[in-house]
Structures are given as C-alpha cells and as structure tokens.
Design a protein around this ligand. Structure first.
Ligand SMILES: [Fe+2]
Length: 219
C-alpha cells in the first residue's frame, strides 16, 4: 500500500470518522447500521472517484493496482491501520458479473456510476456433503448511485453482483475485519448445487505449485 500522504484528503477524512464510529459498535450488524447512512457521502463524491480513475489510467502511485485482491476487477483504496475495515473499488465492464459467492466479513456496497445488479441467496442444505450446496434465491434488485446494500459474513452474505449495462461502471465497497481465518471465499453454482473455493491469484499460484510438486515427486 502507498504511504499515508497518497490517500486523497476526502477519503482520509471519511475513513477517520468511520473508524471512530465502528469502534463504538459491538456487532457486525451494528457496524453496518452505523456505516450505511454515511456511505453516500463517499459513493456520491464523483470528483474523488474521477481523480482515482485518472490516476489508475495514468499509472499514478495511488491507488496501488498491484496490491493483491480476490477479483481482477478490484482495487484496494484504503487499508485501515487498525484493521477495522478496507475500502475497495470495483470496476465492472459491460455485462460483467462475479460468480455467486460468500464473504468473510460484513460489507456495505454501492455504485458510484451506473446501476448495479444484486441477486441474494440463502443456503438451505446442511453443509455436510463436501462440494455440495443448495441455494435459494431470496431477492434481486438494481441499485443506483446514492443507494447501498449490505452483506453479513459467510451464509449471511451469499450474493452475485454485476453490471447489467453496456457501459463500464464503478462500485465502492467497505468490508469489515474478517470473522474467519481463511485464504478463500466460497463460490457457488446454484444450478449444479455445487460449492467451490475461490482463491486470490497469489494463493492459487501457491496451491498449483504445491500440486505440481506432488506430481514431480511421483515421477
Ligand atoms: Fe460480494
């Protein structure tokens, strides 16, 4: 991550207030409830996000697009030094959706430009059969800049999001501290009743290297 001085003042001021507020919260839901009313102060700051996009386009030092992320559409904008939360930018190409997935933490999510599709699910199987999961769709919505929605950790936040339009759109997300220690999130295929781990690219390379080494050792 870049030095403190690289973080735009508006984002710095917002995250300072957010940290103070989150410190007074005692549960994931109460953190979400604190953040949601102030979220649009950030997501509607188009001047801030225009500057960030220009910096990415021009190869500027902030934000650091080489910082590891789970999805290639994702850029870390801020890592709270006390680990209360992270702020992330997602840039969705036309018609791009992520796979159905869960989260390791709470999160509040909203579009900066364009509308964002959200499909929510609940898991209804008992989780005892490896690789097997049955999901039930619980709702879908399309949200616009100024609006936000939230996820809770693990089964409390299984969803799919994406861009229904023909334009590239921008989303900002704030995620809390993970409640579980794991180096993956769960991906789901609701049509095939399948659950599978999704690893960040760096972790995936390590796992593939370990698998390849096992093959080396057998030959
Ligand atoms: Fe998500």
């Amino acid at each position: 991550m870049n030095g403190k001085s690289d973080i735009p003042d508006a984002l710095r001021e917002f995250t300072d207030r957010l940290r103070l507020g989150l410190k007074g919260c005692t549960s994931a839901l109460s953190m979400v409830q604190f953040l949601r009313p102030m979220f649009s102060e950030l997501s509607l700051n188009t001047a801030l996000f225009r500057d960030i996009l220009r910096s990415i386009e021009g190869g500027g030092p902030y934000p650091d697009i080489s910082y590891p992320t789970m999805f290639d559409s994702e850029v870390i904008l801020f890592n709270d030094p006390e680990r209360f939360f992270t702020v992330r930018l997602f840039i969705w190409g036309p018609g791009q959706y992520d796979p159905v997935h869960d989260h390791s933490s709470w999160g509040v999510i909203g579009p900066v430009s364009g509308d964002l599709d959200v499909v929510n699910y609940e898991r209804v199987d008992d989780g005892k059969k490896a690789g097997h999961a049955v999901l039930r769709e619980t709702g879908r919505m399309t949200i616009s800049p100024g609006e936000n929605y939230y996820v809770l950790p693990l089964h409390g936040g299984i969803h799919k999001t994406g861009n229904p339009s023909g334009e590239t759109i921008v989303q900002v997300s704030i995620y809390g501290r993970p409640t579980v220690k794991r180096d993956f999130i769960n991906g789901y295929d609701p049509d095939q009743n399948r659950v599978f781990p999704i690893y960040a690219p760096k972790t995936k390379k390590k796992i593939l290297a370990a698998d390849a080494l096992r093959h080396f050792d057998r030959t």
